[in-house]
Design a protein around this ligand. Structure first.
Ligand code: SF4
Ligand code: SF4
Length: 363
């Protein structure tokens, strides 16, 4: 890997909020035939890299659809990766002439934004929502395009948590550095040692909670972060009172810790795929729809309790296929679904938007 590529990779990891697009296109992987699978993904460069790595030994076609360089889930929830993205790449790629079948495999997490009914109607292509993770594409194809429970569930393992913590750390460090050194011009009391203290606080307060989040099982969201914050504050207090004896450092450390904790707690919903924060709900309650210029649409979906009107259910099992928390089970007795553990719903809206009988609602 040359230096330019390594730098681009670094930027696309740590500044992914800004979007890192590759050209929408059709790629032939291996030696695809008229019967080969057609996969679709978004045009965020890291996602494309991951999909290419996963399918390198499979003869298939890969359609890279426009999503403004945003990843699949954020793009689908924030209206950057949508039905028209898929329709446009079908039209411009010429895939119609390359295969004999009419089935597209899309990532499961694209479900909030992609409407298979409209795609079928406008292009004649059927949409199947494949596994959540690109690495599972080979086993999904091996299992004759059927998803196991493991293919459907979104997880947040330590590698992902550290990746998200690093994104956050880098962004906050960048912002803080700029603000800190501008303020330091007018306030000489701010010095390098104090700034290094701030970096240490960032490390503790950003990486720490992300490492232990799943272990605090008795609370969710904001409360988890605040529990952690109290522990850190106590450590700061004891260190400054009994070892360093410096009031300036003590005040600065407390202020910095509180600020970081507030940001982490409020953005937890966007930061992690499975832990809720209460900000989205509160923003929504207070008419957040009017503040789209401040918050992404992802956070402005209705928040609340997922409700199933079971009488209306037609047993199409679309909700089972798209729910990343695996909250639906098919009931063979009356051929409808049951909703279980609804408190684990992360309000992604995939089931609500894709339910064929419109019997799901978040309120
Ligand atoms: S039940 Fe909740 S988590 Fe599952 S698909 Fe529906 S909105 Fe998403
Ligand atoms: S998607 Fe709607 S209609 Fe289909 S099984 Fe689920 S709840 Fe029932």
């Amino acid at each position: 890997m040359n230096l330019k590529k390594a730098f681009n990779l670094f930027l696309s990891y740590f500044l992914r909020w800004t979007g890192f697009p590759v050209e929408p296109t059709l790629l032939k992987i291996g030696n695809p035939t008229k019967e080969s699978p057609v996969l679709v993904t978004c045009n965020f460069n890291l996602t494309v890299k991951r999909v290419l790595k996963a399918v390198k030994n499979i003869d298939c076609y890969l359609l890279i659809a426009p999503s403004k360089g945003i990843n699949v889930w954020c793009g689908a929830c924030g209206d950057d990766f949508h039905t028209d993205s898929v329709l446009s790449i079908i039209k411009t790629s010429g895939i119609d002439d390359l295969v004999a079948h009419r089935t597209l495999i899309l990532p499961q997490l694209s479900a909030p934004g992609i409407n298979p009914t409209v795609i079928k109607k406008k292009s004649g292509w059927n949409v199947k929502f494949g596994p959540v993770y690109a690495k599972d594409i080979p086993s999904y194809i091996e299992q004759d395009f059927s998803k196991s429970e493991a293919h459907r569930i979104v997880r947040f393992p330590i590698s992902n948590r550290l990746e998200m913590a690093s994104l956050y750390f880098f962004l906050l460090l960048l912002l803080t550095s700029v603000i800190y050194w501008i303020v330091a011009i007018f306030l000489p009391i701010l010095n390098l040692l104090l700034f290094l203290d701030t970096i240490l606080i960032f490390v503790g307060l950003i990486y720490g909670p992300m490492l232990i989040l799943p272990s605090i099982t008795w609370k969710t969201g904001k409360q988890k972060i605040w529990i952690y914050e109290v522990i850190i504050l106590l450590i700061i207090l004891l260190f400054n009172l009994f070892i360093r004896f410096d009031l300036l450092y003590l005040i600065w450390n407390i202020v910095a810790s509180l600020l970081i904790t507030m940001i982490m707690a409020e953005d937890l919903h966007g930061l992690t795929p499975i832990f809720k924060s209460e900000l989205g709900e509160k923003t929504w309650e207070k008419g957040g729809e009017k503040m789209k210029f401040l918050f992404s649409e992802y956070k402005l979906q209705p928040y609340g309790q997922i409700i199933l009107e079971r009488d209306k259910c037609i047993g199409c099992i679309v909700c089972i296929e798209v729910c990343p928390r695996n909250l639906y089970v098919f009931n063979e007795k009356d051929e409808k679904v049951d909703l279980r553990n609804s408190e684990k719903c992360i309000n992604c809206n995939a089931c609500v938007k894709r339910c064929l009988a419109q019997c799901l609602e978040i309120k």
